[in-house]
Design a protein around this ligand. Structure first.
Ligand SMILES: [Zn+2]
Length: 438
C-alpha cells in the first residue's frame, strides 16, 4: 500500500515471516532477495495491488538462467518515484494467476514450492525498481524473525506501519437480498447501530428493486437501527441511469434515512467508459437523488476510485469506501469505511459486510460486537488427495494438528472452524486434491 508520505509498504507474501537467507547468503555471496521459510503448498500473497506481468512455468529440470526461478510470478505495481516497481515470487509449486491479470494486495497468487534452482521448499521474494534489485526489507515492516544467527540481512530500513486508527466510530453493516431473512432484533442486540440497505440494482432483465429492501427497512427500523440505502449501478449512459432511477427511487419515497443514499459504483463493466465520463455519471446520479430530497453519497473501493474515477470531482459528496486491508489505503476524505466483507453478526446467516462510520451520522458509538471473541462454528472436513504423495498428506495432517484439531486426525474427516477449513482446503487444493465440508 502507499502511505500518506508516499512510501511503499508491501504486505508480507506469506502468513509467517521467517527469513532463511537475506540480502547476502550466509557465505557472503550476494543473494539480492530474501528467502522465506515455507512448506510446499503454503499460500503466497501479492505484496501490493498490481498487474501480473510475467508468469514462468518451470521446465521440470533446468536450474540456470530464468529457469533457476522455477515456477515464477512477477507483479508490476504502481510506479515508485517514476520507476517501474516489481515483485517476484519464485520456486512456486503452483501458480494461480495469469499474465496480465490484475491482483489485489493480499490476494493468493500461487503456492510455495521447491522448483528451479532450489535445494528445499521456500519462497524467494525479490523487489526490482527500474530494473534494479533492492533489499526487499526496505519495503516491508519489521515484523519478521530470522531462522538462525548465520542469516545475513544486509543493510535496510524497515517501513514503519502506520498506527491503528483510534478515532471513535459508529459500528454498522450493509445488507442485500444475498443475506436473505435477517433477525433484526438479534442484529441490534449484538451492537449494530446502523445498516445500509441495498434498494436495487440491475440484471439482464433491467433495473429492479431489491426483493428484501422493504422487509429490511421495516425490520431495521423496528429494531431501532438507523438506516441508509444504496443502489448498485450498472448504468453506462444517462438513459440507462434514468431507467435505474425511475425503477428504484420510488421505493425510497415515504421512508426516513439517517444515512445517505449511496450510488454504488464498483462494477468492472463501467470501467471502459473512461474516468471523466464515469465520474460525471456518478455526479449526475447523486444530483438527482439530492433533487428527490435525499442526502446522496457514493460508494467504491480504493483501487477502483484511484483507477477509474476522479475523486476530486466528487469531493463535495460523502464517500463510503471499501478497503479490506488492516488499514485503509485510500488517502482522500471519506465518511464511512467498509473494512470487511467477512463479518459474522448474530441474526444473519453467512458473511456480512462491516462498516465504521467516522462521520457520526448518529450520536451513538457503543461496543462493536465484532470485538467480542466469537466461538467458531465447527464443521467436518473431508480431504481426498488422489495422486498426491504421502509427504503432502502428512503435511496436511500436521497442519491440522498445528491448528489444534484432534491429534489423531485422519485425512478423511476432521472437525474444523471456517478459518481452518480455508487453510486446509488451500493446502489440499495445492496438493492436487479436494477438500469438502461434510
Ligand atoms: Zn532466494
Amino acid at each position: 500500500m502507499r502511505l500518506s508520505n508516499g512510501e511503499v509498504l508491501f504486505t508480507w507474501p506469506l502468513a509467517a515471516h521467517t527469513i532463511t537467507a537475506g540480502w547476502y547468503y550466509s557465505d557472503g555471496k550476494l543473494h539480492r532477495a530474501i528467502d522465506l521459510r515455507a512448506a510446499v503448498g503454503t499460500p503466497v500473497y501479492a505484496a501490493e495491488d498490481g498487474t501480473v506481468d510475467w508468469v514462468q512455468a518451470w521446465d521440470g529440470h533446468s536450474t540456470s538462467g530464468d529457469q533457476s526461478y522455477g515456477n515464477l510470478v512477477r507483479i508490476r505495481h504502481a510506479d515508485y518515484n517514476g520507476g517501474k516497481l516489481q515483485t517476484l515470487y519464485a520456486h512456486l509449486q503452483r501458480v494461480t494467476v495469469k499474465n496480465g491479470q490484475a491482483v489485489r494486495e493480499g490476494e493468493v497468487i500461487g503456492y510455495s514450492g521447491n522448483t528451479g534452482n532450489s535445494t528445499g521448499p521456500h519462497l524467494h521474494f525479490e523487489v526490482r525498481l527500474a530494473g534494479t534489485r533492492y533489499n526487499p526489507l526496505n519495503w516491508l515492516d519489521s515484523d519478521f524473525d530470522v531462522a538462525s544467527d548465520s542469516v545475513r540481512l544486509g543493510s535496510f530500513t524497515s517501513v514503519v506501519r502506520p498506527a491503528e486508527d483510534s478515532r471513535e466510530y459508529v459500528y454498522g453493516i450493509d445488507v442485500s437480498r444475498y443475506q436473505g431473512d435477517v433477525d433484526w432484533a438479534q442484529v441490534a442486540a449484538s451492537g449494530v447501530k446502523f445498516a445500509l440497505l441495498r434498494a436495487g440494482s440491475q440484471n439482464s432483465g433491467g433495473p429492479y428493486i431489491d426483493p428484501y429492501f422493504e422487509q429490511n427497512y421495516a425490520g431495521a427500523k423496528a429494531a431501532g437501527i438507523a438506516v441508509g440505502a444504496y443502489i448498485y449501478t450498472y448504468a453506462e449512459t444517462e438513459a440507462e441511469q434514468n431507467d435505474e432511477i425511475l425503477t428504484i427511487l420510488p421505493s425510497l419515497e415515504g421512508k426516513t434515512f439517517e444515512y445517505p443514499v449511496f450510488v454504488d459504483v464498483e462494477d468492472k463493466s463501467l470501467t471502459s467508459i473512461g474516468k471523466a465520463a464515469l465520474t460525471q455519471l456518478v455526479k449526475r446520479y447523486m444530483d438527482i437523488i439530492d433533487q428527490k430530497g435525499f442526502v446522496p453519497g457514493w460508494y467504491s473501493y480504493t483501487n477502483y476510485i484511484n483507477s477509474y474515477l476522479c475523486p476530486e470531482a466528487l469531493a463535495d459528496y460523502p464517500l463510503w469506501v471499501a478497503d479490506y486491508r488492516s488499514s485503509l489505503g485510500y488517502t482522500g476524505d471519506y465518511h464511512i469505511w467498509q473494512y470487511s466483507s467477512k463479518g459474522t453478526v448474530p441474526g444473519i446467516s453467512g458473511a456480512v459486510d462491516l462498516n465504521r462510520d467516522y462521520h457520526h451520522y448518529i450520536a451513538s458509538t457503543g461496543a462493536p460486537a465484532e470485538e467480542q471473541p466469537a466461538t467458531p462454528e465447527l464443521h467436518k472436513l473431508s480431504i481426498s488427495l488422489p495422486g498426491a504423495d504421502a509427504d503432502k498428506a502428512a503435511e496436511i495432517i500436521r497442519k491440522a494438528a498445528d491448528l489444534g484439531l484432534a491429534p489423531d486426525v485422519t485425512v478423511e474427516t476432521l472437525p474444523a472452524s471456517a478459518g481452518d477449513i480455508k487453510t486446509l482446503t488451500e493446502m489440499a487444493d495445492a496438493a492436487g486434491g479436494v477438500a469438502a465440508k461434510v
